[in-house]
Design a protein around this ligand. Structure first.
Ligand code: HH2
Length: 263
């Protein structure tokens, strides 16, 4: 899943693709570089961010969706927590709603069911404005798994097909470095719920905390390491900014894992 942030303030690439022409160009590149899904977002959810109105979010992404929906052949997911934005994006041709609030607004599941869209249900503790202020869990892996199981059940009750529901532990969303590591080590438990598992580790600050590169442009190796290990622990979809490099690494990881399964 290649990330396209059409925002001025995303933590890793804010401002780079705010102009529609630049965003459309990048979308084509993401598809060519081997992504199977293009994830378009018009609002940053980085720690401390306060959010934008639905109107502003739509103003950012509408020209990009218009520009790419008929020219790229990978499905488009829309990274939004707002049902109004999701609904319009589905009308424009997006196929998946990627909701970092885990479908907390019941309208989201209803409109996904109606449009027969896919959903990514992500776990977040609190909201982006405050989520990194001393998050606490008794057992992060169990709590996140149980949350995802509940939300996936609710989504099915709202009429979304089981196989259209992906789940995501939400690395960095209300989690310390240790929580993130615990989740990555215990992805198998989340995968055992029987839904495709999405994981986003790309360029996140825990990579820097672990010595994987302070500057954003130095985090590629650490991000790819985390991505391949996530794949080996059961992740099916890796959300990444550096699409070409991540896709290459995952092709190799995939081959090794399949060979290992045959031993
Ligand atoms: N991470 C980010 C945004 N959306 N969606 C899913 N499903 N999983 C994630 O881990 C995830 C996500 C944060 O990354 P980014 O989009 O690069 O930053 P920002 O929120 O600042 O735009």
């Amino acid at each position: 899943m290649g990330v396209l942030n059409v925002t001025p303030d995303s933590f890793s690439d804010g401002g780079r693709y705010l102009a529609p022409e630049a965003a459309i160009q990048r979308a084509l590149e993401i598809a060519q570089q081997g992504a199977s899904i293009l994830d378009v977002g018009g609002e940053s959810t980085r720690p401390g961010s306060v959010g934008v109105s639905a109107e502003e979010e739509w103003r950012r992404i509408d020209p990009v969706l218009r520009g790419v929906v008929h020219t790229i052949d990978v499905p488009i997911s829309i990274d939004t927590r707002k049902p109004d934005v999701a609904e319009k994006a589905l009308e424009r041709g997006a196929a998946i709603i990627n909701d970092v609030t885990g479908l907390s607004d019941p309208r989201m599941a209803r409109l996904a069911a109606k449009a027969r869209a896919g959903v990514v249900v992500m776990h977040m503790r609190g909201d982006p404005a405050t989520m990194q202020k001393a998050p606490q869990y008794a057992n992060v892996a169990d709590e996140v798994r149980d949350f995802l199981a509940d939300r996936a059940k609710e989504a099915m009750a709202a009429g979304i097909e089981r196989e259209a529901i992906a789940i995501d532990p939400g690395i960095g969303f209300g989690k310390t470095v240790d929580h993130n590591l615990d989740l990555l080590r215990n992805l198998d438990g989340i995968a055992a719920l029987g839904h495709p598992v999405v994981v986003g580790v790309s360029r996140k600050s825990f990579i820097a905390h672990l010595g994987g590169g302070e500057r954003m442009e130095d985090r590629l190796a650490g991000s790819v390491a985390a991505a391949t290990l996530a794949a080996s622990h059961g992740a099916d979809v890796i959300r990444a900014h550096d699409v070409a490099e991540t896709a290459r690494a995952l092709r190799v990881a995939d081959a090794v894992l399949r060979r290992r399964a045959n031993l």
